[in-house]
Design a protein around this ligand. Structure first.
Ligand code: E4P
Length: 217
């Protein structure tokens, strides 16, 4: 399973890329708004920091508007993927964009029937929002699991991105569910890294080394 970073914060992306663990980035209008920067400028900068897909979302609600915005976003950099919400207009736009060779990440997906529609319309990626489904008392990871199993069974080309990830256990569950990608906030990436026994172990090794009078390298 590949890891994408779910943020529009360039400093966090630089840091995560330096760890060698990030294969792409997803943004959404909320994440971009939080940065207070020009949308196109920030997407161009992010696309230059990672070699993999960078998702940028359309704002239009009608299919023609979505396609027009998508063409502009896709023109910002070769690795930009256009995020389109799953609505009637979103499906129409996805069909058109797929025919034009513009990759779509179908977003705001909360159910398996929505996954099937996204895949059939030609979305390159589909993003079930695990945490938000959990929030309403349902099993968000079940959507990911069923999505992967159906897409694999029928040989559909769509890749499943486990999105709305809230903690490291979600990432592990997404991997077990067979998700192609999990997109994680930087905070979750840090939580995945840290373990108290690692910190204690480093401290003890250093103390033992110094007590034995060993010199550094
Ligand atoms: C997905 O691509 C979205 O940007 C994101 O995962 C939404 O997560 P949230 O539910 O934490 O806002």
């Amino acid at each position: 399973m590949r890891l994408f970073l779910d943020t529009a914060n360039v400093a966090d992306i630089r840091e995560a890329v330096s760890w060698g663990v990030i294969s792409g980035v997803t943004t959404n209008p909320t994440l971009v708004a939080k940065e207070g920067r020009d949308f196109h400028e920030v997407i161009r900068e992010i696309a230059g920091l990672v070699s993999g897909p960078v998702s940028a979302e359309v704002i239009a609600q009608d299919a023609d508007g979505m396609v027009a915005e998508a063409k502009v976003l896709a023109g910002l950099a070769p690795n930009v993927v256009v995020k389109v919400p799953i609505t009637r207009a979103g499906l129409q736009a996805t069909k058109t964009l797929a025919e034009l060779g513009i990759a779509v990440n179908m977003t705001l997906v909360f159910s398996v029937p929505q996954v099937l529609l996204a895949a059939r319309a030609g979305a390159a990626f589909v993003s079930p929002f695990v945490g938000r489904v959990d929030d309403v008392g349902e099993d968000g990871m079940a959507v990911v699991r069923d999505a992967v199993s159906i897409i694999t069974h029928y040989g559909l080309g769509t890749q499943v991105i486990a999105a709305s990830i809230r903690h490291p256990a979600h990432v592990v569950a997404a991997a077990k569910a067979g998700a192609h990608i999990a997109t994680v906030p930087f905070k979750v990436l840090e939580q995945m890294l840290h373990h108290p026994l690692t910190d204690i172990g480093i401290e003890r090794f250093l103390a033992d080394w110094q007590q034995a009078g060993q010199k550094g390298r």
